[in-house]
Write a protein that binds this ligand. Structure first.
Ligand code: UT7
Length: 345
């Protein structure tokens, strides 16, 4: 009986115990556009008031990109800032992940456009779409590439130009959102525990509660879809609110349980910045002290996938997170999607 000649081959992963590798965030960076849109500005655009917006959402102002400024422009700038912090050169980056619901175009991916803008010629690149939860989804995907030894350096970005999909005639949604980008560089850092654990979840049955109904393969753009304003964000605010509180709380409890941590041991809690009342309800249920909580919603608004990425960078820059600290992220967004992470900084 003839048998095929046995090929000899080398398994590059066999030489190392890949469980000993973990993704650590070695640097962060963020960018928000210069133009600030205040609640007073919105009072001139729709039937609303500064008082309503502050008491119902906690938002005072948000940043809005220039018409010629794209999601990939903001993502690339946040990436450059993180790379400068980490002293990482573009050629060192193995993989670029961009979490966004506002890509520059349907394809190529925003990650490919960023690759070109920052000159990361060696990097693979693709987008992640998990709405406001996208940055945590990206951190987990990036970490898996590092643990499996496929990559040594991964650039994870959350970036949004939500102003391009906001219906500026709809007071229910237009007061909530802003533009911006946040980036993190993941590497295997020996001796550090990095991303201790990440929990992700989704419930596709609630997709229509928060969505942009047209512009995809189901309802391609047409004069009819444009006239019906179907290329803008549609949201059932109350239903989203209820689910956000429940899912962000449950996800946080899950990651704390896995790490056998009590909430009091966490130095910095960064929830998705969508609504101050959601943040406070989640914080109260978890037993978070005010000094543990990081909030920039009042100045930044809801920037979806960029939200916790920008907040993380600001918290580090302000000295709210120091080396060795434990950081808890918990997020929720369209899909529905949600997630939480515990990071040892
Ligand atoms: O990032 C993804 C996750 N997104 C979220 O988590 C957002 C979740 N939802 C929310 O943050 C809140 O539901 C909103 C801030 C969107 C709305 O707050 P609410 O307390 O749920 O208000 P509501 O929708 O029950 O509206 C109360 C009233 C309504 O008037 P009537 O029907 O009671 O007469 C609205 O028409 O407030 C009115 N309203 C406004 N009034 C002034 C809604 N938007 C505005 C506005 N200015 N901008």
């Amino acid at each position: 009986m003839n048998s095929a000649p046995r090929k000899t081959f080398k398994n590059p992963r066999a030489q190392h115990d890949f469980r000993s590798r973990t993704g650590s965030i070695v640097a962060v960076g963020s960018y928000v556009p210069a133009r600030v849109l205040t609640n007073a500005d919105l009072e001139k655009m729709v039937e609303t008031s500064n008082e309503w917006i502050i008491t119902r959402t906690g938002i005072r102002e948000r940043h809005i990109a220039r018409p010629d400024e794209t999601t990939s422009d903001m993502a690339a700038e946040a990436a450059r800032r993180a790379m400068a912090q980490a002293r990482v050169k573009p050629e060192q980056i193995d993989l670029i992940l961009v979490a966004t619901v506002t890509p520059d175009m349907l394809f190529p991916s925003t990650a490919c456009l960023v690759q070109e803008k920052i000159g990361a010629r060696r990097a693979a690149a693709f987008d992640i779409e998990a709405a406001c939860s996208g940055f945590i989804y990206g951190l987990e995907v990036g970490q898996q590439f590092i643990m499996s030894q496929s990559c040594d350096t991964v650039l994870v970005i959350g970036a949004e130009k939500l102003s391009s999909i906001v219906d500026w005639t709809d007071r229910n949604t237009c007061v909530l959102f802003g533009d911006g980008a946040g980036a993190a560089i993941l590497q295997n850092r020996p001796g550090s525990h990095g991303l201790l654990t990440v929990h992700l979840g989704a419930d596709g049955s609630k997709g229509s509660v928060l969505c942009v109904p047209s512009g995809g393969s189901r309802n391609p753009a047409s004069a009819k879809t444009v006239a019906a304003r179907e290329h803008f964000i549609r949201m059932d605010g109350k239903e989203t609110f209820r689910n956000a509180v429940q899912a962000m709380h449950a996800a946080a409890i899950e990651v704390l349980r896995r790490c056998e941590l009590d909430i009091s041991q966490i130095q910095c809690v960064i929830p998705h910045q969508a609504n101050r009342r959601i943040i406070d309800a989640v914080g109260e249920r978890l037993g978070v002290r005010p000094d543990q909580l990081f909030v920039n919603l009042d100045r930044i608004g809801n920037t979806s996938a960029a939200s916790v990425a920008i907040a993380l960078d600001e918290a580090v820059a302000q000295g709210r997170i120091r080396q060795g600290d434990l950081v808890l992220l918990t997020v929720f967004g369209g899909g529905f999607t949600w997630g939480a992470a515990v990071i040892e900084w």
